[in-house]
Design a protein around this ligand. Structure first.
Ligand code: ADP
Length: 479
């Protein structure tokens, strides 16, 4: 099949979180199955060019009609980890993607609305007619209504799959932004949330040929529970074209046997010895005491979704149990940043706690490999990749029973779960987990269950392919 993804992230080239990992893992799995894949991305000024091959300009004067005018763009092509990528660099007066950041600008909806139009315009002008267009999250959700409203008339008849990676981010904006895209009036009306607020995510939900989200349990939660918020009725309306496909992780990239970031490697056969070696290394590296104590960790964006207060409670409870704690967390708002800097200061000089408050890919690999227990007390979690990575490295996950965490972690089989989002509940679960850690035989069984699980992209990519094929089939039947 010819599959085109229109997206805002692609790891390790342009990654903020799981979305980038998903694009990378899914595309590589589809390529391995001999399908043609292309990812269209904005040409951010902050791309990590280390992983890029064969970067070249393919069109220096590519016009995109937008609003009342038309803007020139440079279109680039390159290969990222064997994935063919098209990069669109707008020469727009607002320097849309030269902002030294991927997200976080006030005009993000405008930036990505422009990008969605540019990506479709590119497909039309290059007569690509892919078998499927796969759009992701609110950033490129407008691709779905734009195809129906404007681009079918220009000859683009590909079916569109839209994936919700996190319903919490919806792309709210004013009417002017959606009007600039040239969407028809009756479509624009359907994107309205309130008199002055429009919602880009709604475009994907209402107009894609099929909508997926990233785990079956999260699909159920946003359809049937308050987690769906105001979008539940819309999802209900599309429920026959809505499903959950569990994410995978890239088993080549996340592999303790070959991981280039690890000073020594291990496999499922020597996981106990291998992890013990790396624990000693990490303890020395982070100036923790080299003692026989459980090492508990968290690796996360420090945003409300990830339960930062519960992480703190888990940290304190670990110390009460005589354990050690390492947090690798990147805060995205000042309040959380200050709270965790204060916590770091409170533990300055402690040889049982290390808080690393930034984003560090290399250290993440080492912590995943060296730790015993991985905390993930998310308040909600569409899928979650880090619990899967933890298991792949023989680190036992302790998670909140929500979303994709419930689909992947099973009580005392491969991890530990708690439900009420309270300090008491996580505290008791840390006690319970660390009591099992004291019994090497029982702990080893948990590790073995996790490390032998198949959380690769093999099954999910098959599920996407089945869906792509059925959408293509239905669209051909209609035409
Ligand atoms: P989300 O996408 O909501 O942030 P996921 O669990 O789906 O959460 O994916 C998170 C990805 O980002 C994983 O690859 C994880 O290793 C990585 N990650 C998160 N925080 C950090 C950090 N501070 N340093 C390095 N990697 C991180």
């Amino acid at each position: 099949m010819k599959i085109v993804h229109i997206a805002s992230e692609l790891a390790p080239f342009a990654k903020i979180g799981g979305l980038g990992d998903v694009l990378h893992g899914l595309c590589r799995a589809l390529l391995a199955k001999k399908h043609q894949v292309e990812v269209i991305l904005p040409k951010y000024d902050v791309l990590n060019l280390e992983h890029v091959k064969d970067l070249e300009i393919i069109d220096n004067r590519f016009d995109v009609p937008f609003g009342n005018g038309s803007f020139e763009n440079t279109v680039w092509r390159c290969i990222v980890d064997s994935i063919p990528v098209i990069l669109i660099e707008p020469h727009h007066p607002l320097s849309l993607f030269n902002r030294e950041t991927i997200y976080g600008c006030q005009d993000d909806p405008f930036r990505f609305a422009y990008f969605s139009c540019a990506a479709l315009e590119f497909l039309v002008k290059t007569s690509r007619s892919p078998d499927i267009i796969h759009a992701h999250d609110w950033h490129t959700a407008l691709a779905a209504p734009l195809i129906k409203s404007n681009y079918q008339a220009k000859g683009l008849h590909s079916p569109c799959l839209f994936t919700i990676h996190n319903l919490a981010y919806q792309g709210h904006c004013g009417k002017d932004v959606v009007e600039e895209t040239g969407l028809k009036k009756e479509i624009i009306e359907k994107l309205q949330d309130s008199p002055h607020c429009y919602n880009l995510l709604k475009g994907g939900i209402l107009f894609a040929d099929h909508v997926t989200t990233v785990s079956p349990n999260y699909a159920r939660e946003i359809l049937e529970t308050p987690l769906g918020g105001a979008l539940t009725p819309l999802l209900q309306r599309r429920k026959h074209a809505f499903s959950g496909i569990l994410n995978g992780i890239d088993f080549d990239y996340w592999n303790p046997k070959t991981d280039r970031f690890l000073p020594s490697r291990y496999s499922s056969k020597d996981v106990i010895e291998g992890k013990a070696r790396l624990k000693t290394y990490l303890q020395e590296h982070l100036s923790l005491t080299n003692e026989h104590a459980p090492l508990v960790c968290a690796i996360t964006r420090l945003v409300p979704q990830k339960g930062p207060d519960l992480i703190k409670a888990g940290l304190l409870r670990t110390l009460e149990n005589g354990g050690q704690f390492v947090l690798l967390g990147s805060a995205h708002d000042e309040k959380t940043q200050t709270a965790f800097y204060n916590l770091k200061r409170a533990f300055a000089g402690s040889r049982h706690v290390h808080l690393e408050l930034n984003y560090n890919e290399e250290l993440a690999h080492l912590i995943f490999a060296a730790s015993d227990l991985f905390l993930m007390p998310s308040l909600f979690e569409p899928c979650g990749l880090t619990q899967l990575i933890a298991m792949r490295y023989g680190t036992v996950p302790l998670v909140r029973k929500t979303g994709g965490l419930s689909d992947t972690v099973f009580e005392e089989q491969n991890g530990f779960l708690f439900e009420p989002p309270t300090e008491e509940a996580i505290g008791q679960t840390v006690d319970r987990a660390l009591a099992v850690w004291q019994k090497p035989g029982a702990w080893k069984r948990l590790i073995e269950k996790g490390i032998s699980g198949d959380y690769s992209w093999e099954k999910p990519s098959e599920a996407y392919l089945t869906l792509y094929k059925s959408l293509l089939h239905s669209s051909k039947a209609l035409s």
